[in-house]
Design a protein around this ligand. Structure first.
Ligand SMILES: [Zn+2]
Length: 284
């Protein structure tokens, strides 16, 4: 056996065993009360999302990833209310937030930022987007917006806000002004390096701008992330400071002529993707 073949086999094995390890850890979807309403959706396969029960219908934030997890969301909603799910909001286009769209009823209106809808069709490397399949057409966002959209569920208002390019080009915030709560999707990670999807046009500098604007603009105290516990304003400030430090360090080293490989040795191994994104963003 050639060494290269062996390496491929080992890589595939490492990847699949990682996937299985991840699957074993999956816990059922849980509804965590933030205030009276909305709820944060945790557990299951796929990112954290949310549920808001309005006077005349339910709004769901992000769709989980598998049929089993989506069904757990539906069952959980039924325990809380008889009202139908009217809206599904996709905070951005990553699979762990949108793959479950296909398990929602076709009557549900799916809403996203216009760039997010475009990103449904972007291929990652060799892998073409599954959303070209005509059978999935009903589960692609049918309503999009540019800067802001207000949704009234009876008297209850939900604000969808776009703050610009960051994690991707199409991330939005779902803001509940009365509850002082905002769902940020993947616009903040805590306890693991921030993801920046350069292949979708995301940038780390945009990401810092977006978070600063969110803090400046929204009168929110509780923030839900796709991949963290509920966080406060200070956690966002700390995250911004950490990002700015990395950016300054990488810029300084690049200006001194260090290569990406050299710079990577000055950071933790799990930060290599983020460091690479920042490095590539610096053009001088
Ligand atoms: Zn995610």
């Amino acid at each position: 056996m050639k060494i290269r073949t062996l390496l491929i086999i080992l890589t595939v094995f490492a990847f699949t065993s990682q996937v299985f390890a991840f699957q074993r850890e999956t816990t059922p979807v849980a509804f965590e009360k933030i205030t009276d309403n909305p709820f944060m959706l945790k557990g299951g396969r796929g990112a954290n999302g949310g549920v808001f029960i309005g006077d005349n219908g339910v709004l769901v934030i992000d769709a989980k990833q598998t049929e089993e997890s989506a069904n757990e969301v539906f069952q959980g909603i039924k325990k809380l209310t008889d009202k139908p799910i009217k809206y599904l909001v996709n905070t951005h286009s990553d699979g762990d937030h949108i793959s479950g769209n296909r398990f929602f009823s076709e009557d549900v209106t799916i809403i996203a930022h216009e760039n997010c809808r475009d990103e449904f069709f972007i291929s990652r490397g060799e892998r073409p987007s599954p959303w070209h399949d005509p059978e999935l057409a009903p589960y692609i966002p049918s309503v999009t917006f540019r800067d802001q959209m207000d949704i009234y569920l009876g008297s209850k208002k939900v604000e969808l806000r776009y703050f610009g390019i960051g994690h991707t080009k199409g991330d939005i915030v779902v803001y509940f002004p009365e509850e002082k709560t905002a769902f940020l999707g993947d616009q903040i990670f805590v306890g693991r390096p921030q993801l920046i999807h350069s292949y979708k046009g995301g940038t780390s500098f945009g990401h810092v701008n977006v978070l600063s604007k969110i803090l400046y603009t929204l009168d929110a105290e509780k923030f839900c992330s796709g991949h963290a516990e509920i966080i406060d304003r200070q956690t966002i400030r700390d995250h911004i400071a950490g990002m700015k430090n990395r950016q300054a360090k990488i810029k300084a080293m690049k200006t001194l002529g260090h290569t990406l490989e050299e710079i990577l040795t000055h950071f933790k191994e799990n930060e290599s993707r983020l460091v690479t994104s920042i490095f590539n963003e610096h053009k001088h």
